[in-house]
Design a protein around this ligand. Structure first.
Ligand SMILES: [Zn+2]
Length: 91
C-alpha cells in the first residue's frame, strides 16, 4: 500500500473490517481493569472461557503469567458478563 486511503467508502470499509476483527469466532475484546491490556475473550458457557492474549497485551500486563494469565482480567471478564458486554454462547 502507498499513501493514505482517499475514498471515504474505503475508509468506512476499513473501519468496519477493524470492528469485525474483534468479533471473529465470537471473540470480544475485554480490557484488564488494572493494566488496560486487551485480550480477546470468548465464553462458550458460564464455566468455560477462552482467552486469546495478543503479544501486545502480554507485554503490557505486568501481572500476566503464562499459566494463569492475569487475575485482574478474570475479574474484568466477570464484570463484562454481568454488564452484558460479553455474550455467553450456548447459554
Ligand atoms: Zn492485567
Amino acid at each position: 500500500m502507498t499513501g493514505p486511503l482517499r475514498d471515504p467508502r474505503e475508509l468506512a470499509a476499513a473501519t468496519a473490517a477493524d470492528r469485525r476483527a474483534h468479533l471473529v469466532d465470537g471473540l470480544t475484546a475485554v480490557e484488564c481493569r488494572r493494566c488496560g491490556a486487551c485480550a480477546l475473550v470468548r465464553k462458550s458457557s458460564l464455566a468455560q472461557t477462552s482467552i486469546q492474549w495478543t503479544a501486545e497485551a502480554v507485554h503490557r500486563c505486568q501481572a500476566y503469567l503464562a499459566s494463569t494469565g492475569c487475575a485482574d482480567l478474570h475479574g474484568s471478564i466477570d464484570a463484562a458478563v454481568a454488564a452484558g458486554r460479553l455474550p455467553v454462547h450456548g447459554g
